[in-house]
Design a protein around this ligand. Structure first.
Ligand code: SF4
Length: 542
């Protein structure tokens, strides 16, 4: 055994490598990105022993992981919570196909929306798909749960969800790792070669099997090392603490001695007997969970016989936002003195585009090109360029989900709003924008699509963009007329030319595409540094 100082994300990645992972697939999304990056930087990935790859989107990543599982090998797929919406078709159906090699689906939730459009709770998806869910309370558990999750997945031939949240993903702790990594599985096809064919007759049979397995999943939860009923004297209150919430609870007591009975939950479906035992032995219950009141709703639904159940639904805990020790303290009637006041010198720093960012000059030209029409015509997408919503640009009017810019512009143009402009990044375009562009071409919509090509997935730290070098060909292939695919270089010195091109294409009645192309300056700076390092080491060797 060795001890490593790891982020929650890194603990998951290291565990996957130690547990015999053969492939990891993902689309970058905060707070999940570091899992795949860690595997990509491992010697196993660099020597080709493990496949580590960014998918074009979360759905393609999910399907590739399912394919690797089909071939009998252990696979992991990682995404942020809203990415699971994109992968949902494959994800929900994978519970009916089942797995062959161990398959773990990591969903990283972002309560308080530090870097997201919503704070949806992926446990609902796991419950919806009727699969086991693991929710670590610390980095060590995250490590241990990956090993356990692969075993569980192979035992029941079912995908297993690992649900984490931002604080766990992005905080560090010492993690004891296995001494001997487990060897990878050999290729082994499913015993039943029809297992993955979801024709109705087959799907019906396998769905019954999935339903039949629910009792076994609950039994696993009752005996899970990650669910513990810890008895204490003061039974005026029983506490259910899910995942990370357990830490927020114990931090409020000297030597972590909670006076009330606590049911610590790290595995779902809920261990019914344990919940019943706690409920029956205490006068009231407090439910602590980061995210939606998933467990609280279940408790209220199944056991509501008048005993007070406190949590997010009765206002004991705010309905939105992530938990912290002070919120838990208030819920327990304690003084919330955890942590220190933030000194006045630390002020809020709203995010902004980097100095010299290519998007600045694209927005300057776009704003000027639209100066003569009323505001409210620019549909944006998700990336650094979403910051165009802020001062001084005030350049965009929507940001809903990946790819929505093009299809929303199309809908608005269908309604008669012209000009209607879509603004989308290169990586988001290949993630979910291409099909929307095809819709627009098929409908001969009167829209202008601006694909901001900075040659990377900048917002999540500069991962490779699947669109690199392909955007014009894709647009031509989809049916955009060649003469209405225009490239510009967003630099101040090219402002007049950019403005002219934008005006011309906005005036065109049909689908036009403008591609402002200049590398993200952060990625360019990193690349320059790496190249320099390489040149210096070559010189030293010579
Ligand atoms: S990271 Fe790159 S794309 Fe994002 S704001 Fe900075 S320069 Fe612009």
């Amino acid at each position: 055994m060795q001890k490593l100082l790891l982020l929650g994300d890194e603990a998951i990645a290291q565990a996957a490598l130690d547990a015999g992972l053969s492939g990891i697939y993902a689309y970058p999304g905060t707070p999940s990105t570091e899992i795949t990056e860690y595997v990509m930087n491992s010697k196993e990935a660099k020597t080709g022993k493990v496949v580590a790859s960014w998918g074009t989107n979360e759905k393609t990543a999910m399907e590739a992981a399912l394919g690797m599982s089909y071939a009998g090998k252990r696979a992991m797929v990682c995404m942020k919570h809203v990415g699971l919406n994109v992968a949902a078709d494959a994800f929900v159906n994978s519970s009916i196909t089942g797995a062959n090699g161990g398959l773990i689906v990591v969903a990283a939730d972002d309560p308080s929306m530090h870097s997201s459009q919503n704070e949806q709770d992926s446990r609902f998806y796991g419950k919806f798909a009727l699969i086991p869910i693991l929710e670590p309370g610390n980095q060590q558990e995250a490590y241990d749960m990956v090993h356990y999750g692969f075993e569980l997945s192979e035992k029941f031939r079912i995908p297993v969800m690992l649900r984490i949240t931002t604080r766990l993903a992005h905080s560090r702790s010492g993690v004891a790792t296995s001494k001997e990594p487990r060897p990878q599985n050999e290729i082994r096809l499913p015993e039943n070669l029809r297992q993955f064919i979801l024709l109705p007759a087959n799907a019906r049979r396998q769905y019954k099997q999935l339903l039949g397995n629910q009792a076994a999943f609950i039994a696993e939860s009752e005996n899970s090392p990650f669910n513990k009923l810890i008895d204490h004297k003061d039974k005026s209150l029983g506490i259910i603490a899910c995942g990370l919430a357990y830490n927020y609870l114990i931090e409020n007591f000297d030597d972590f001695n909670v006076p009330h009975p606590v049911l610590r939950i790290g595995q779902y479906p809920l261990p019914e007997k344990m919940v019943r035992e706690l409920y029956d032995s205490c006068d009231s219950l407090l439910i602590l969970e980061d995210g939606y009141p998933v467990v609280e709703e279940m408790i209220r639904g199944f056991m509501d016989n008048g005993k007070p159940v406190k949590g997010r639904l009765d206002g004991t805990i705010p309905r939105d936002g992530e938990l912290n020790p002070n919120i838990v303290a208030r819920a327990l009637g304690l003084t919330d003195t955890y942590g220190r006041d933030i000194p006045a010198i630390v002020s809020n720093r709203p995010p902004q585009l980097c100095k010299g960012c290519p998007h600045i000059y694209s927005y300057n030209a776009l704003n000027e090109a639209l100066a003569s029409v009323s505001k409210g015509r620019v549909f944006s997408d998700i990336g650094c360029y979403t910051l165009g919503a802020l001062e001084p640009f005030n350049a965009i009017n929507s940001c809903v989900d990946m790819g929505a810019s093009i299809t929303m512009a199309k809908g608005a143009a269908d309604a008669g709003l012209t000009p209607a402009i879509a603004v989308i990044g290169d990586s988001t375009f290949t993630h979910s924008g291409m099909t929307g562009l095809l819709d627009a071409v098929l409908s001969k919509s009167n829209i202008t699509v601006i694909i901001l090509d900075n040659a990377t997935t900048a917002m999540t730290g500069g991962q490779d963009s699947a669109a690199l070098g392909k955007i014009e060909d894709i647009c031509v292939g989809i049916g955009v007329e060649k003469e209405h695919i225009r490239i510009l270089n967003p630099l101040p010195k090219n402002h007049e030319e950019s403005l002219r091109i934008m005006k011309e294409e906005i005036a065109y009645e049909g689908v036009s595409v403008i591609i402002p192309r200049r590398e993200c300056i952060q990625t360019a700076a990193r690349r320059f540094k790496e190249d320099k390092k390489k040149r210096e080491s070559t010189k030293t060797e010579a």
